[in-house]
Write a protein that binds this ligand. Structure first.
Ligand code: HEC
Ligand code: HEC
Length: 489
């Protein structure tokens, strides 16, 4: 186990002095608990890299050539059997589904309404999606920017359902095309530089099934990268809940909130972890949701083969679906969902680059001093009793607290009246420096509005306003170092 080899690092005493409360963690012995507390305490030494910092995804981190495939490797510590499953899952993640009936029986069932034909079409090379319009060459039937619909009550649009599906199988109308208009927003930085941010505004053109409900709200979400999701699943809930109490010294206005969701299978209240609002509890559930909502494919977790096609969309419900009784009750059988889950849980973190570089270390110090770590919590040691051995007891560096934060009016969904519309889960920052290596058209934040890492930071408001203001006030050199640090992740 990785931790057994750990010798250096701050002491427990430092951890207590830094204001980190003792953590319960029933999976650990008292000795281990103390060691975990010590290694996960925020560092105060920026003169050199911390032990194991380069291995941001623990023992699963890969040391591979940095190219466009860098997000697509299996975790280094995945077993032989795990790798076989990963490969099957990879095939399913890339597979283009087709409409029913088709000669390729095992690949049909797409739609009738859909957002993309494959998982990979949105999660480009296992990284982020591309906002429509950025790549004028792209004529594929995929829209990686999802538009969710909700009435003020939380109910879906009575006709269009929960989500815009711009595409449909032959003979059926899609639900409409998304038009995005950007409004410029100027920010002046200390040192004379002006950054022009772009604020998106969304309209649905040529709606295919009559007008949308006049009260419907739109929430845009871009496909996030797929790295290290099994490790995030293996963070102990106690460690996440501990983050609610930001230590006094780092408080600013920061107060994270867990997103409790009801697990459909058990009826139990569980911690939401995945998606930009942490509204899915596990990788498996999120994957089943993607098959259902984004591709119109049923699974044992989501049984309706018509996906998000509502009772008001009669022509959609009249079309054939892809369930073949001899192959089971679902378009995507349960074992296939399991392979996709193994795949989605085990995409490896790349090693960090230049961890000991003076500019990177200076930027890391600024990241701590600007209080980014109040939300982007640097490190964890995963559960000893995690479901899969490769995720157990790993020292990981995801830079997230896995909690929701009010990020202010600027990042709120279209109609930011209710608190939840201003709330977003702190996204993990690991791997963020390789975003454009993997997808040159990728952009940042929940709706992909930020074209650079600096733009992403300048959009921070609400609980993160103090941190953002510190970045605005930095000297140009400090700001450049802060970005250098982010690029090394
Ligand atoms: C149409 C585009 C699209 C397709 C197709 C798609 N996804 Fe996603 N995916 C997204 C978006 C957008 C999110 C964020 C959702 C949210 O915030 O509610 C997401 C989130 C996820 C997450 C959670 C990641 C995180 O960091 O929280 C997983 C896991 C995932 N998708 C797996 C899949 C799998 C598996 C498939 C194929 C079965 C798939 N996705 C197909 C757009 C897509
Ligand atoms: C109050 C909590 C909070 C603080 C403090 C905070 N962030 Fe964030 N950060 C978030 C949330 C939440 C998001 C996602 C917002 C969105 O997508 O609308 C985010 C997004 C980001 C992103 C883009 C991530 C992506 O995947 O697109 C970067 C980069 C980032 N933060 C860097 C920083 C830096 C640097 C600082 C310190 C100057 C900082 N953050 C301070 C909560 C915080």
């Amino acid at each position: 186990m990785l931790l057994l080899t750990l010798t250096a690092g701050p002491s427990v005493h430092d951890a207590v002095a830094a204001g980190v409360a003792p953590i319960p963690r029933s999976d650990l012995s008292e000795t281990d608990r103390q060691r975990v507390l010590a290694v996960t305490a925020p560092t105060a030494d920026f003169s050199r890299a911390e032990p194991f910092e380069q291995m941001q995804g623990g023992a699963g981190t890969v040391d591979k050539r940095v190219n466009a495939d860098i997000f697509s490797h299996p975790a280094a510590n995945l077993s032989f059997e795990g790798r076989q499953e990963f490969m099957v899952g990879n095939g399913l993640f890339r597979k283009d589904w087709v409409s029913s009936p088709a000669s390729t029986l095992a690949s049909d069932g797409l739609g009738p309404l859909f957002n993309a034909r494959s998982c990979q079409a949105c999660h480009v090379k296992d990284g982020r999606g591309t906002v429509p319009g950025i790549d004028p060459e792209d004529k594929s039937e995929a829209m990686a920017l999802l538009i969710r619909f909700a009435l003020p009550s939380g109910a879906p649009d009575p006709v269009y359902g929960r989500q815009l599906q711009p595409f449909a199988v032959t003979g059926l109308s899609g639900e409409g095309r998304l038009r995005i208009a950007y409004e410029p927003v100027s920010v002046e930085l200390t040192g004379g530089e002006t950054v022009v941010l772009q604020r998106p505004d969304y309209t649905i053109d040529t709606p295919g099934y009559g007008p949308l409900d006049p009260d419907v709200r739109l929430s845009a979400r871009l496909a996030p990268p797929m790295l290290g999701l099994g490790l995030l699943d293996a963070i102990h809930p106690d460690d996440i809940l501990k983050n609610i109490d930001t230590p006094q010294a780092r408080r600013d206005a920061v107060s994270g909130r867990p997103n409790w969701v009801i697990d459909a299978a058990s009826g139990q209240k569980v911690l939401g972890r995945f998606g930009w609002k942490a509204d899915q509890s596990t990788v498996k559930r999120q994957s089943a949701e993607a098959f259902f909502m984004d591709m119109g494919l049923s699974t044992p977790l989501r049984e309706d083969p018509y996906g998000d096609c509502t009772a008001q969309q009669a022509p959609c419900r009249a079309l054939p679906h892809g369930v073949q009784k001899e192959q089971g009750d679902h378009e995507v059988p349960g074992n296939l969902i399991d392979f996709v889950t193994v795949y989605s849980s085990n995409l490896a973190l790349p090693q960090r680059r230049d961890v000991s570089g003076p500019k990177v270390l200076a930027g890391k110090k600024l990241f701590y001093e600007a209080n980014c770590i109040a939300c982007h919590v640097p490190k964890y040691v995963t559960r000893r009793d995690a479901a899969r051995p490769e995720h157990q007891f790993q020292l990981i560096w995801p830079y997230t607290d896995m909690l929701l934060h009010d990020m202010g009016e600027g990042l709120a969904d279209e109609d930011g009246k209710e608190t939840l519309q201003r709330e977003w889960r702190t996204p993990p920052l690991w791997g963020i420096g390789l975003t454009k290596t993997v997808n040159p058209n990728a952009t940042w934040l929940h709706d992909g509005r930020a074209r650079t890492l600096l733009e992403a930071v300048l959009w921070h408001g609400g609980e993160a306003k103090a941190a953002r203001d510190r970045v605005v006030a930095m000297s140009p050199e400090d700001r450049a170092n802060l970005i250098r640090f982010l690029e090394s992740l």
